[in-house]
Ligand binder design. Structure first.
Ligand code: SF4
Ligand code: SF4
Length: 97
């Protein structure tokens, strides 16, 4: 018995959404630029700034998608982060390519 290849219909692209469940207040003036917080953030929504603070150190900046997990707060040796969790998540369409 021959097996004919059956073309499966392409799955419709599901709309991607960005869910933000919390936020952080970043005291950039206390940051020493060690970058420990960057890989510690599970959703990867922290990245280092392009310009330095008053001491010349780059500091983290927040993109949408924070979960409020507090990992950045726990790893930072300089108490830069204050973490807040929203009562209701903010849901946005993710238009990134
Ligand atoms: S862990 Fe703290 S001190 Fe280090 S880069 Fe992040 S915010 Fe700055
Ligand atoms: S609270 Fe969690 S998700 Fe939000 S920036 Fe810090 S490590 Fe990332």
């Amino acid at each position: 018995m021959s097996q004919a290849a059956v073309a499966m219909p392409a799955a419709a692209a599901a709309p991607r959404r960005k869910v933000t469940r919390g936020t952080v207040v970043i005291a950039a003036d206390r940051c020493k630029g060690c970058e420990l917080c960057i890989p510690a953030c599970p959703p990867g929504v922290l990245s280092m700034s392009k310009t330095g603070n008053h001491l010349g150190y780059l500091y983290p900046e927040l993109a949408p998608g924070c979960t409020g997990c507090t990992a950045c707060q726990q790893v930072c040796p300089d108490f830069v982060f204050e973490v807040w969790r929203y009562q209701e998540p903010i849901v946005e369409e993710d238009t990134a390519p």
